[in-house]
Ligand binder design. Sequence first.
Ligand SMILES: [Zn+2]
Length: 314
Amino acid sequence: MSAASNANRAVIEQSQRDVLGFDVHSLHIGPYRIHRIADMDRVKWPATAMFRAMTGDALVRAAANTPAGMIDVAEEGLLLSFNSYVVETPDALVLVDAGIGNDKDRPDRPRWHKRTSKFLDALAAMSFTPERFDIVINTHLHADHVGWNTVLKDGAWVPAFPRARYVTPEGELAHWGKLYETQGVETLHGAYADSVAPLVERGRLETVATPSEIAPGISLEPAHGHSPGMAVVRLKAEDTEVLFLADAVHHPLQLSDPETTSNFCQDPAMANATRRRLLDDCVARGTIVAPYHFPTPVFGRFERASAGYTYVPL
Ligand SMILES: [Zn+2]
């Protein structure tokens, strides 16, 4: 455990522990607690499967500006995690983004197909049983952010968190809901049908404008581009701000050239503009960032570098 403080600032502490095989990283800021738990952790992907421009020299340049252990230059691969965050505030217990989930039919995504992860067991082992959650945020409705919205029970998809408010930006449901009307079960690799529609049908998915404060100190802010209505989540914890980045910055290799768009960005130009704006804002405000797909270490700050930006873990 390490601590950093000065006279007038909140004490920030970090800790790490193994919970049922999950590498849980926690950040403590006064009475606020943030726990990162990854439904899939440090998975190796071919770099071009995520960033088609990332070959040879471009990858070498990106790696020079990226913390060790996040890019494997020799194999032209990158490490990727799927980080959900449990946020404890004095007012609410919140889950920011909901992973891939279990039992989901994802024939075109073999690693996400019919999984049997112990994610919920690990949360329960940390005392976060499903009924304790007040809010579940889907920053956007992509399949790897909504999986644990629902679980399979007696052959039906039911909300995994029985009394939580499920919250997503209104632009997300508007876009993907409309597509579902024409594409049906194909939408979002099947995720709309099994992880979003069951909430909509029960009146459990609350849509909000961005920006809006959804609970004391917790706001959704617009970060459109990667997905049409995507939001980032800002937590104000005493005098410190933490920004849950969703997929606005997908991987640290984008920092040396922030125009590097991922293959999964719906509107690359808008995604690039959003990324630049957020990076500059985080640098200017000294915001702590909690990225969704960065491999550990997951809490850090962005700083300017001679080429683009760097990620500096806390
Ligand atoms: Zn994602």
